[in-house]
Design a protein around this ligand. Structure first.
Ligand SMILES: C[S@@+](CC[C@H](N)C(=O)[O-])C[C@H]1O[C@@H](n2cnc3c(N)ncnc32)[C@H](O)[C@@H]1O
Length: 234
């Protein structure tokens, strides 16, 4: 059975788990989520004076990470789950916008960079989401997508299976939301592989596409530029 990723379902699901999202994120990942975001933001290399979109910002941990890494840039956090944004608001973030990633309320060529942490896997149509991101990037703009991947090594696959066996019931019990913590491993299992996602970025017109594994490939950072350009020495 295919996973229901319709906008309404995903939006409601994240809205329902907003209150326990941060706690469960840190708990279930043994705080690795913080490290992954920090490393991904370091790869993006936010620069002084830039306007950066943190798409699918959720409760704003990624937005805050970018602002802390480069206090001289302007970060806009966007997400379509308002309860997630309400939590983000308590973190003193300057600009938060309720928006659907597939229909962004921004003009063409608006942002120097777009950062998406653990959001792209949830798009109803990944290809359209990537095209929409590309539309709002400036010609020299860059994209960083941080996403969970199916581990490729055998021992990590086994560890991942055991982890899912523990995290799903724990997530269900603590969040009180059964389907959200079934959705997580299913959505990772049904998502692109690292090579497939790199290809999707290339096919969508991104240049200089490359990727970096975190924690042996449980999470991966993908980078690309809207037009030929580079990320410096990252
Ligand atoms: C797993 S959370 C990640 C939140 C945050 N970036 C982080 O690092 O913790 C995924 C977020 O993506 C948002 N999302 C999923 N699909 C979206 C879409 N089409 N438009 C806007 N937000 C979306 C959800 O509402 C949710 O807040």
């Amino acid at each position: 059975m295919s996973l229901d990723k319709s906008a309404g379902t995903v939006q409601t699901m994240f809205g329902d788990i907003a209150g326990t999202y941060d706690l469960l994120n840190h708990l279930l990942s043994f705080n690795q989520d913080r490290l992954w975001r920090r490393r991904a933001v370091a790869r993006l290399r936010p620069r002084r004076g830039e306007l950066i979109l943190d798409l699918c910002c959720g409760t704003g941990d990624s937005t805050r990470e970018i602002s802390q890494k480069q206090p001289q840039c302007r970060v806009v956090g966007a997400d379509f789950a308002v309860p997630m944004l309400q939590i983000a608001q308590t973190k003193n973030l300057p600009q938060l916008v309720a928006a659907d990633a597939l229909r962004l309320p921004f003009s063409d060529h608006s942002f120097d960079a777009v950062f998406v942490a653990f959001g792209a896997r949830n798009f109803e149509d990944t290809r359209s989401g990537i095209a929409e991101i590309r539309r709002v990037l400036k010609p020299e703009g860059r994209l960083l997508v941080l996403e969970f991947m199916r581990p490729t090594s055998l021992w990590l696959q086994k560890a991942f299976g055991a982890f899912n066996w523990v995290q799903a019931p724990l997530g269900r019990a603590l969040s009180g939301h059964a389907s959200a913590y079934n959705y997580l491993p299913q959505s990772i299992g049904g998502f692109y592989t690292r090579a497939e996602f790199e290809n999707l970025l290339r096919e969508s017109g991104f240049c200089g596409v490359r990727s970096f594994n975190h924690s042996g490939g449980i999470a991966t950072s993908f980078l690309g530029c809207k037009t030929a350009g580079d990320f410096g020495d990252t």
